[in-house]
Design a binder for this molecule. Structure first.
Ligand code: GUN
Ligand code: ZN
Length: 430
């Protein structure tokens, strides 16, 4: 008989999008729920008592009052920036030149790239994140390193070679042709193999010439099942630089659009300071944007308009943006999204934050049929949250009015200590 694991506890379920419909009609917590795992997949969810009775031979793990959630999905990260996270005092362009590019250069050593890839995935798993969509460096071996590290751990992953052919140090430059050739070879090697998928990755317009953007647009037209990820309208100075570099463009998004780099599988990080035309185009094309709240405050970028973009039905993911972001934790990231919502006068509910960190991010990466919800047939990536993980949270939990009040305290005050267990592809992480 096939081995089955039955996880019991409070289980988190989604039946719709709580950003566009009311959260209490689309997000539910079953206080005595269960998740049945068979092989790498979720075989069933439902009331604990019913699943116990129907599957008497399943190996039971009873998590009591802990919250059984989909594993967190971090929709925009730079794993090569793991070792320089929390670097002080610079805005985007200076931060890239002073801290980021030198560290990305160190990954020219394949042994160092492999070490950082493994370290990064272990850190994120410690924080309950089971899937990331990461930039690598310009070195193809840095892409192999993170795909291999994810495969060893059984993880679903999206990544791609960061392409840059201008405005970066010599050791970090490719060309339009090598960017195209290397990306294509990596797609052939990894895309769709096991749990791996590829994102064509021009870093951003300041570091990719028109020739390189055109070459990557042509590659995407050949490999339409890949994602295309890049950065959009993160900082005011960056936008002014793009205007100088591409004076004929209508706006920042147009510098991608003119090379075919827009469409439903496009994923734009940050997207803070946008014109009405850019928002219209995102909305019309079905492209996704990713909110990186700890990064947007840490590098001083600005306040993302969650409510405005959600109202336009633009798919939105949530991300740490390691190492522009200041934390590996999606709990901390949800807290920062809440705080930015407050500054904009639109606070997010805990149910919306949990959705963004799981199903919302999965949808922005077109992975909603694979991960991001506790539904039969999906891959069994699960994070179990202790809702009283520190003395400070535990004492707050005693006054909680309801389960959401309790979950919200863990979102605002929790970290890796709140992660009781992580299941990846149906296996409990040791
Ligand atoms: N824009 C271009 N590259 C980067 C990066 O590495 N981090 C952030 N936050 N923004 C970028
Ligand atoms: Zn980024």
């Amino acid at each position: 008989m096939t081995h089955q694991s039955l996880l019991l506890g409070q289980t988190l379920h989604f039946s719709g999008n709580p950003l566009t419909d009311s959260w209490d009609e689309t997000v539910h917590i079953d206080s005595a729920g269960g998740v049945l795992i068979e092989g790498g997949h979720i075989a069933a969810t439902g009331p604990a008592a019913k699943l116990r009775a129907a599957h008497p031979h399943a190996q039971v793990t009873d998590y009591g009052d802990a919250l059984i959630c989909p594993g967190f999905v971090d929709a925009h990260v730079h794993y090569p920036q793991t070792a320089m996270i929390a670097s002080w005092g610079k805005r985007l362009i200076d931060w890239l030149n002073l801290y980021t590019f030198p560290e990305e250069m160190r990954l020219s050593d394949p042994a160092y790239a492999a070490k950082i890839a493994g370290r990064y995935l272990d850190l994120t798993l410690d924080h309950g994140t089971t899937t990331v969509c990461s930039y690598a460096t310009i070195a193809p071996h840095s892409v192999d390193a993170i795909f291999e590290a994810a495969s060893t751990r059984g993880q679903r992953i999206v990544t791609g070679k960061t392409c840059m052919d201008r405005n970066a140090p010599d050791g970090l430059l490719d060309t339009a042709q090598t960017g195209y050739d290397d990306s294509k070879a990596l797609i052939d090697r990894w895309h769709g193999k096991g749990r791996a998928s590829y994102a064509i990755t021009p870093r951003f317009t300041p570091t990719s010439s028109a020739d390189q953007l055109a070459a990557l647009g042509a590659l995407w037209a050949e490999r339409t099942d890949c994602l295309m990820q890049t950065h959009l309208s993160e900082q005011v100075d960056e936008i002014a630089w793009v205007r100088d570099l591409v004076p004929h463009a209508r706006d920042y998004l147009d510098t991608y659009e003119e090379h075919g780099l827009i469409g439903p599988r496009a994923v734009f990080g940050h997207a803070i300071h946008m014109t009405p035309r850019e928002i219209d185009r995102l909305s019309e094309t079905g492209a996704a944007v990713v909110h990186c709240p700890t990064s947007n405050t840490f590098i001083g970028s600005g306040l993302f308009d969650m409510a405005g973009l959600a109202a336009r039905h633009i798919p939105i993911g949530l991300a740490t943006d390691t190492g522009g972001g200041s934390s590996f934790s999606m709990l901390r990231t949800m807290a920062a999204a809440y705080e930015i919502g407050q500054l904009r006068g639109t606070p997010l509910h805990a149910a919306q934050l949990m959705w963004l960190a799981t199903a919302g991010s999965a949808r922005s990466l077109h992975l909603q049929d694979k991960v991001g919800t506790l539904s039969a047939g999906l891959e069994a990536d699960i994070t179990v949250l202790d809702l009283a993980s520190t003395p400070a949270i535990a004492q707050r939990a005693t006054t909680a009015n309801d389960i959401w009040d309790n979950v919200f305290a863990t979102i605002m005050m929790g970290d890796d200590r709140a992660i009781t267990d992580v299941w990846v592809n149906g296996q409990k992480r040791a």
